[in-house]
Design a protein around this ligand. Structure first.
Ligand code: ADP
Ligand code: MG
Length: 975
């Protein structure tokens, strides 16, 4: 009978970061409804959804001594409740012989792994289900009726889909396979993964240790291969087989396949930016997740009664493997994990909509039970049929094949043959397995598994007494999975390229063959880098030998982050563990960011925006460092730096400072600003390229137009902006400025000559005395202004072509000057008249309060800079560094121009100021000035008011420039 997929939604507590920045909870739940508030408009109607289960795990709990989170009020839903609602049903169905599937959907950090696998004492559905499964098996065995020959068999496999490649997590050798494992189609069983290892397990400990092994392999792979674990889908498959005689004495086999799926983070990497990028990475990044969305949508359409819908299962690996779970023979549950925090509104809404759609999917589960004889017979028949097919394709018989397969390309025939042969092999194996006794199968893996368990137990013991490193990963599920011991004597750290195999073997970015040495003498442990190898201890670069203490943070290269655990040091100082919280990935990254020059102090003086900015920095910095390390190793001559871009430097009057990345091409000194999303997308492609390079793929380097490290010089870049206060115009006083073109760093990139002069309709000057005492006098009059952009001076030498762009309140479209090429001092000779037949209140307010922003855009020269590589590269970096500090010739001359203009400007301002002062002085001398009078001067339309306002405006400009500098930029990165 068809039934709907069950959908549960669960909201997690705030994490440390969210608490720090006092995030607001925008999720509300009642028994069956989940509400989401729009943080931008808290008074608007919340979005409402109804699910089979709504789980409130946000607050109302207390942490038990052993770490278990138990309810403190009746609303809180703990792991036990989740299991009894969802896990138990899953198990019951498995016992009945149904296939089951549980999948967890949600953005990274929303709590998918917490529900599926769990952390520590807060065990998730998978471990509890395994535990209960074996409990019940023991029970059944104990009470078994001997004559029925009952037998229970459990098998486990674990795989990961990363970037459309399948890796067998229980077989690390499969990681080396280019393109990953293949998905094949079996005539009766559907899609399966070729040569995926499936292990028989006989106890909870067995299965638990397998899952741990898989997770450890995942951790090592993601660190060594420099991959982002949140982009992988993990599938644990438990195959549960029950055998025994039925009432009629017939041998029966009942099977259930349980798929437990922890999906990749659902966040849309392209949600805000990067959409305009030449490389459309966003689309390819998680093909599997996109396809899953499409499949769910189509299935939901079918569920709603739509006819003739094609379900695109074949679009991705994930959807092929989940075909049964989604639309076929399976009882399926989906958990949608959501964040409670205001800033995650968009993602949470999208998750809820996704889950809502999944509700209407229908599956049709059947009990998979057949007489064993029949199963064997079917397999035999199928194999006979396969053999025949294979003969037909020229696989086994010869001549006949050529006739039937005429016209089909040879590779395709080959591929089909392989597929058939693989199916034959699989069936053969399955038949053998059916004939083999369970004991036999267990025995085959038992000794190895027993040794493994013993090793694991010993390791736990060792950890209590031996100093060791444990790993930190951005994914908490992969944290603490890798342990490296520091035994008495010398422990060498290095890569697989070292002359002799190092004791601690690390691979991947920035790891030298001989990277460092840790020595342990009488439990005094010290560490020394093999320079120039990069080691950071507590965020600082290590240059010489240093003693390590309990809970010190150590980063090897750019990706391997560890915490040092020192039992003896801890014993001397037992308070230490309590006083200092155990380091986390986040705190360790914060410390690295702080050490590279960014302000990471917390405190009440920090605004929400500041804290958010800090968080974004902490998230982006490791990626920037990794991108630089990849660029170095691939000799791409590209440098990435984090920049904080103030809204002003983008010509905006309000908004948040953005964390972005400047990409610098050291070969031609081009610079491009990439927003965070574009950078992350590009980095993903860099990782792919890097992996090919590491694998020794000859074709790792792709065409320039597909190269994530490349940006064409023709790409237009914003050289800088000029802000012009328009207030003078409201008094019909002209503006004549030679203003700094300010870039995202708050630095000047040259000067722009801009005049805005009130004029007649034809552009003739107004008579000198025609300014107004009170801007209100302009209301309902006609005004005309002539805007001239004469020239720019001292643009950066990397700029090839430049032009200016602006849009006044009166313009429907932006206006542009012509583009001038080949000079640092372009003469735009631009003039335009902006007119309004009638001055409205709005226009007046614009003139009085707003600034006109002129954007200077340009393209860059593609002139190779000399000295590629080696010492030349170092010299060039130095030059680049010096130029950032404003110290090369070019910069110096620019600064001189700037200084001179500034002097002139100040002189002019002083002249104007003097006029006001003179006036005030004369008035005072004749005894006519008092506070009241001053007020009148400022408020009434006294003739000099205009001038006073101009002075005030100029002050404001200066002030703004000062403030602007403070909030703008700081560029920094590690090398
Ligand atoms: P995901 O797998 O979706 O990326 P995780 O399950 O790893 O997210 O959760 C992120 C963090 O939030 C983890 O540190 C986890 O312990 C915590 N967390 C998630 N859900 C809960 C919950 N219901 N109760 C307590 N902590 C939770
Ligand atoms: Mg996870």
């Amino acid at each position: 009978m068809a039934e709907n997929v069950k959908v549960a939604v669960r909201v997690r507590p705030f994490n440390e970061r969210e608490k720090n920045r006092k995030a607001k909870c925008i999720v509300k739940m009642s028994k069956k409804s989940t509400e989401l508030l729009d943080p931008g408009n808290l008074n608007s109607e919340p979005k409402r959804f109804a699910f089979d289960y709504s789980y409130w795990s946000h607050d109302g709990f207390k942490v038990r001594n052993d770490g278990y989170c138990e309810p403190a009020d009746k609303n809180y839903v703990d792991q036990e409740k989740i299991f009894s609602d969802l896990g138990q049903v899953l198990l019951d169905n498995a016992w009945l012989g149904y296939n089951c599937c549980l999948f967890a959907y949600g953005q990274t950090g929303s709590g998918k792994s917490y529900s599926v696998f769990g952390y520590g004492q807060n065990k998730g559905i998978v471990p509890v289900a395994c535990e209960r499964l074996f409990d019940r098996i023991s029970e059944k065995r104990a009470n078994a009726d001997k004559s029925r020959e009952e037998e229970y068999q459990v098998f486990v496999s674990m795989l990961e889909i990363y970037n459309e490649q399948i890796r067998d997590l229980l077989n690390p050798n499969s990681f080396k396979l280019k393109g990953g494992l293949k998905v094949r189609l079996h005539a009766s069983k559907g899609f399966y993964v070729e040569s995926l290892k499936t292990f028989p397990v006989k106890s909870y400990n067995d299965i638990n240790s397998r899952i741990n092994e898989g997770t450890r392999n995942r951790t090592i792979a993601s660190t060594n291969m420099n991959a982002t674990s949140s982009r992988a889908h993990t599938i644990v498959t438990i195959n549960f087989v029950q055998k025994g005689k039925n009432d009629a004495g017939q041998n029966m086999t009942k099977t259930s396949i349980i798929n437990l799926v922890d999906l990749a983070g659902s966040e849309r990497v392209d949600s805000t930016g990067a959409t305009g990028d030449r490389l459309k990475e966003g689309a390819a990044i998680n093909l599997s997740l996109t396809s899953l969305g499409n499949v769910i949508k189509s299935l939901a359409d079918v569920g709603a009664g739509k006819k003739g819908v094609m379900i695109p299962y074949r679009d991705s690996k994930l959807t092929m493997l989940l075909k049964n779970a989604l639309g076929g023979n399976s009882k399926t549950i989906m958990i949608a994990a959501i964040s409670p925090a205001d800033i995650n509104y968009d993602e949470t809404l999208s998750t809820l909509r996704y889950a809502n759609r999944a509700k209407s999917i229908k599956t049709k589960a059947i009990v998979n039970e057949s007489p064993t004889e029949k199963l064997i017979r079917e397999l035999k028949e199928e194999n006979a049929r396969l053999m025949k097919q294979l003969e037909g394709k020229g696989g086994i018989g010869e001549t006949q094949g050529e006739v039937t397969m005429q016209g089909v390309p040879e590779e395709e025939v080959e591929e089909m043959k392989k597929e058939l042969e693989e199916q034959l092999r699989q069936n053969e194996e399955e038949m053998n397995a059916m004939k083999k006794s369970w004991e036999q199968r267990l025995k085959e893996v038992q000794t190895a598994q027993e040794e493994e368990l013993e090793k694991e137990r010993k390791k736990r013991e060792d950890m209590k007494v031996t100093p060791h490193f444990w790993n930190l990963n951005e994914d908490p599920a992969l944290t603490g999975m890798i342990i490296h011991f520091v035994k008495p004597g010398v422990t060498k750290i290095g890569s697989n390229k070292a002359a002799s195999v190092p004791d601690i073997l690390l691979n991947g970015l920035n790891i030298q063959p001989e990277h460092g040495v840790v020595s342990n003498r009488n439990n005094v442990v010290s560490i020394k880098p093999c320079l120039p190898a990069k080691i950071l201890v507590n965020g600082k670069a290590l240059t010489e030998k240093m003693e390590l203490h309990h809970n010190d943070r150590v980063m090897y290269g750019s990706k391997h982050l560890y915490v040092f655990h020192h039992p003896q040091d801890l014993a001397k100082n037992p308070d230490k563990e309590k006083k200092e919280e155990s380091p986390t990935y986040n705190s360790a990254q914060e410390e690295i960011v702080a050490n590279s020059g960014f302000d990471m102090t917390k405190g009440s003086d920090k605004s929400q925006d500041d804290l958010l900015l800090q968080q974004e920095l902490v998230e982006l910095m490791p990626h920037v460092n990794e991108a630089n390390a990849m660029s170095d190793e691939l000799k791409k001559r590209i440098r990435f730096e984090i920049v904080l871009i103030s809204p002003q430097s983008q010509g905006l009057s309000h908004g948040r400072t953005q964390v972005s990345v400047v990409m610098k091409n050291l070969s031609n000194e081009n610079e491009f600003v990439w927003d965070r999303n574009k950078f992350l997308n590009r980095k993903y492609l860099m990782e792919e390229m890097y992996q090919d390079f590491v694998n020794g793929d000859k074709d790792w380097d792709v065409d320039q137009n597909k190269d994530p490290f490349w940006e064409p010089p023709e790409t237009e870049v914003l050289v800088g902006v000029v802000h012009i206060f328009l207030q003078s115009l409201s008094y019909l006083i002209e503006i004549e400025e030679f203003l700094g073109i300010v870039d995202y760093r708050g630095g000047q990139q040259g000067l722009l000559k801009v005049d805005i002069v009130p004029c007649t309709q034809n552009g003739d000057l107004l008579p000198e005395e025609d300014f107004v005492d009170d801007p209100k006098e302009l209301l309902n009059r006609a005004v005309n202004f002539k805007i001239s952009i004469a020239h720019a001076r001292g643009l950066p030498s990397r700029i090839k072509k430049s032009f200016c762009k602006y849009q006044t309140y009166l313009d429907k479209k932006p206006r542009k000057t012509k583009a001038i090429e080949g000079t640092r001092n372009p003469d735009y000779k631009y003039e335009a008249i902006v007119s309004s037949k009638i001055v409205t209140e709005k226009l007046l307010s614009y003139l009085e309060n707003e600034t006109l922003v002129i954007y200077v855009w340009g393209t860059q020269n593609d002139v190779a800079v000399e000295n590629a590589g080696g010492a030349g590269l170092v010299a060039q970096r130095k030059a680049a560094f010096l130029s950032n500090a404003g110290w090369n010739e070019d910069e110096r001359s620019k600064m001189m121009i700037e200084l001179n203009t500034e002097r002139k400007r100040v002189a002019r301002l002083e002249k104007k100021l003097k006029r006001v002062q003179d006036f005030v002085t004369t008035e005072t001398e004749v005894g006519r000035l008092n506070a009241e009078k001053l007020n009148i001067i400022l408020k009434s339309g006294y003739k000099f008011k205009a001038v006073a306002m101009v002075v005030a405006a100029a002050e404001k400009t200066k002030q703004a420039a000062k403030n602007g500098k403070k909030t703008t930029s700081k560029a920094c990165s590690l090398s």
